[in-house]
Design a protein around this ligand. Structure first.
Ligand code: GLC
Ligand code: CA
Length: 556
């Protein structure tokens, strides 16, 4: 089937189901909760949802550990609920992409139960097993580390071998070199396509192919072994096969979560001619601030940030981008990129600077109302396996570092973004009538959807306006990109141009006043303000003192 590439006109809203909306008072978000909010999503003006995993799972990593790919997690509802949800989405012109988590399964998946039962079980080779080192064979086969801390190998008593798990030990890695495994993945994709899904967000997809000589990795105390499995030996071949036997048979979007894909190898990963993924989430702009894989947050550099976005914008027309600043793996964008004192201004400034770029924008639940991090996250509030592991390991082995770890986690724990959605100012932010599965951010009294929808000058209406503005807009969809003042440490200025028409975007990333000077080549051109985050911005492109986080877009 010829692909329409509908995703080029999509605005995608990410739902983290556990924390979105609870319909039955058990404190856990669920599918009927999502159904109850479909009109809300429609009104916001999004036209596609990415749903984080909702499959059967023992929830070691909140659904990113799947025990049955063809059914819905009990806490979230049933397949019938799911069908009603997707039908409701489609009836409203909203597409659905699902999370495809196939680098690993849960250790409670039937395949793994079989695999670990004996060395000659037919499912043994669905996973990656290896003899241990040392006299008793109890030392891990190599020094690779799990992305969730500790060795990536777990010894399995029953058969006396280790299995590989690049995430938690309850997430054993699948052996993609086994053609049966690849066929299973193809079948899973087609199963959901036949039920009507419009595509997949492919979890840690660049990890699927490992160097089977299992060499030690370069020394790195936090993440070791990457060079032997990130975009490993058969990565491109296997993705192409999936594309051929599943993804290309449907009018789909596949977006890969793509550690290791940088501007240097992006073309090979996403160019249309490659017939692999349609686009990826690069980590480049995120890791320049920090990443959930390394512990200590870094200082934000606008110059680097601009350089990264600008280079991705300059890929050939046959490559497509994903535009995101938030998801369930990072703390909130506020206050990472701007001071909280200017919360509304910063949120709108970020929305402008990202949404005028070429690519598909993503809004992570709560981003549209400017939800923030917790002021002070305590050990008892951590629900994320990563936060808990880091905290408890340091406490046990290196207690002197505990204060640093507390500080770092408070800045960057994944828990911040996973707090329940703040719907209104009723108890528990209207997320549940019961006891929420994790702490609600106390600031819900001031920051919530109900309040945001009433405030015509607030963040919510700004996103709605942007979403409307983007729809069918050819300059944003197809225009070329050009950056001005790349060395400026405070202001991001760029231009998009299509068939002689231009948008010029100016965004200040500082709380200080800064002087902006119109570049020579744009001086004296006719221009009109089309969007801004202050009510009284200059109406035409002019030299001006920018106020804190001031952002505007001019049409030329
Ligand atoms: C991805 C997911 C993350 C999960 C990990 C393991 O990075 O986004 O939430 O923990 O994969 O599946
Ligand atoms: Ca529930």
């Amino acid at each position: 089937m010829a692909k329409t590439r509908w995703y080029k006109d999509a605005i995608i809203y990410q739902i983290y189901p556990r924390s979105f909306c609870d319909s039955n008072g058990d404190g856990i978000g669920d599918i009927r909760g999502i159904i109850s909010k479909l009109d809300y999503l429609k009104e916001l003006g999004i036209n596609c949802v990415w749903l984080s995993p909702c499959y059967k799972s023992p929830n070691d990593d909140n659904g990113y550990d799947i025990s049955n790919y063809r059914d819905i997690m009990d806490e979230f509802g049933t397949l019938e609920d799911w069908q009603e949800m997707i039908d409701g989405m489609h009836a409203r012109g909203i597409r659905l992409i699902m999370d495809l988590v196939v680098n690993h399964t849960s250790d409670e998946h039937e395949w793994f139960k079989q695999a670990r039962s004996s060395k000659d079980n037919p499912y043994r080779d669905y996973y990656i097993w290896h003899k241990g080192k040392g006299k008793d064979g109890r030392k891990p086969p190599n020094n690779w580390t799990s992305r969730f801390t500790g060795s990536a190998w777990e010894y399995d008593e029953k058969t006396g071998e280790f299995y590989l798990h690049l995430f938690s030990k309850k997430q054993p890695d699948l052996n993609w070199d086994n053609p049966k495994v690849r066929q299973e993945v193809i079948d899973i994709c087609n199963y959901w396509f036949e039920k009507g899904v419009d595509g997949f967000r492919c979890d840690v997809i660049t990890y699927i192919s490992k160097d089977k000589n299992f060499p030690d990795g370069k020394f790195n105390p936090a993440i070791c072994g990457d060079e032997h499995f990130v975009i490993g030996p058969h990565y491109h071949e296997y993705i192409h096969e999936l594309n051929e036997k599943s993804w290309s048979l449907y009018d789909s979007l596949t977006v890969g979560e793509a550690q290791g894909i940088t501007i240097d190898n992006a073309f090979d990963a996403v160019d249309e001619s490659r017939e692999e993924l349609d686009c990826v989430f690069t980590f480049e702009h995120q890791t320049q601030v920090d990443s959930f894989l390394t512990t200590v947050p870094k200082k934000f550099s606008l110059v680097k940030w601009k350089k990264i976005f600008s280079s991705w914008q300059s890929l050939p027309e046959t490559c497509w981008n994903s535009l995101y600043i938030e998801n369930h793996d990072y703390p909130r964008s506020l206050p990472r990129y701007g001071k909280l004192k200017y919360r509304v201004k910063v949120a709108k400034m970020l929305a402008i600077s990202i949404n005028f770029l070429r690519g598909t924008p993503y809004i992570y639940q709560g981003q549209e109302i400017g939800m923030t991090n917790f002021a002070n996250l305590k050990r008892k509030d951590y629900k994320d396996i990563v936060s808990i592991k880091i905290y408890d390991t340091v406490k046990k082995f290196l207690p002197v570092f505990l204060p640093i770890v507390k500080w770092a986690l408070n800045k960057k724990a994944r828990d911040h973004a996973r707090a329940p959605m703040q719907w209104n100012s009723e108890p528990n932010a209207g997320f549940t009538t019961g006891k929420p599965w994790m702490a609600v951010n106390p600031n819900y009294v001031d920051i919530n959807v109900e309040q945001a929808m009433e405030d015509k000058n607030g963040i919510w209406h700004f996103y709605k306006q942007l979403n409307e503005f983007r729809k069918g807009n050819e300059i944003i969809r197809n225009g070329t990109y050009k950056q001005y003042y790349p060395k400026d440490r405070n202001v991001w200025m760029y231009e998009r141009e299509y068939e002689g028409k231009k948008y010029v975007v100016i965004a200040s990333y500082t709380d200080k006043e800064v002087q902006f000077v119109v570049p020579q080549e744009l001086k004296g051109k006719e221009s009109k303000l089309v969007m801004s985050n202050y009510a009284d911005c200059v109406k035409t492109l002019s030299d001006v003192t920018l106020r804190p986080y001031e952002a505007m877009v001019y049409a030329l």
